[in-house]
Each structure stands twice: as C-alpha cells, then as structure tokens.
Ligand binder design. Structure first.
Ligand SMILES: [Zn+2]
Ligand SMILES: [Zn+2]
Length: 132
C-alpha cells in the first residue's frame, strides 16, 4: 500500500498517510487564505486510522460561523500546519497538499467556497465539482 509523508518546513513534524486519499479539495474561504497565506488552500483527507503522526506540534481550534470546530496542528518551530481535523469531516484527517514533496500527488475533486475565489484563479480538471 502506498504511504506518503508530509512534513513541515523544518522537517520535525511529519504525517504519513497510508493508501489513497478519500477526498482531495481546494478551498477559497477566507480562513484557509489566512492559514496558508495564499489565495486558496489545497488538502487531501484520509480516515484518521490511516494517518501516523510524528513530531511536536502546537494546536489551535477555530470555530466556524456554523459552530463547527476544526483543530489545526502546526510546528512550534517553523509554523507550518501539517494536519488538521474537524468541520464537515470529523473522522478524516486533512493534510495540506504542499506539505508533500510531490507535485503530481493528486488533482482536486472539489473546489469549495468559490464565492471567495480570487478572480484570477481557475481550478482545472474534468471531474472537479465547483461549490459556492
Ligand atoms: Zn517545522
Ligand atoms: Zn477553507
């Protein structure tokens, strides 16, 4: 079974996921823009039991307008978020796509919060589902 390892910038916090992700998405919401410092986020999700985590992390829990919470784990040294969990998918662990060293890792299946999408951004892919 394929195992893929994600890591923070300094490398001490790592998450290894076994098997294929069950959901691959990009998100244009303002919270994801703030988290990444980019125009949108890209993430892969696996069932929690498929993810093994090593290293030290700090965590921060955000409560969305919906009342749902999501807890983000980031490296206390370099600040990269390496895994998070909550929101609509409490049984899945999300790992930012950029934390993997593989530019071919996956195409997104979903592009969500497009009402917040920067107008120069276009998410390509035949099967991608665009959601406001
Ligand atoms: Zn780090
Ligand atoms: Zn988002």
């Amino acid at each position: 079974m394929t195992a893929r390892t994600a890591s923070c910038r300094c490398g001490q916090l790592r998450a290894t996921a076994k098997g294929d992700p069950v959901r691959v998405s990009v998100c244009h919401c303002l919270a994801c823009q703030k988290r990444t410092g980019s125009a949108f986020s890209a993430q892969l999700r696996w069932p929690a039991e498929c993810v093994h985590i090593e290293g030290r992390s700090k965590k921060w829990t955000r409560t969305a307008d919906s009342g749902q919470t999501c807890t983000y784990h980031f490296c206390p040294d370099c600040g990269s978020t390496v895994h998070y969990r909550g929101g609509n998918f409490p049984d899945l662990i999300a790992i930012p796509m950029g934390a993997f060293d593989d530019p071919y890792i996956a195409w997104p299946d979903y592009s969500v919060w497009e009402q917040r999408k920067h107008e120069w951004v276009e998410i390509l892919g035949q099967d991608v589902e665009h959601i406001d």
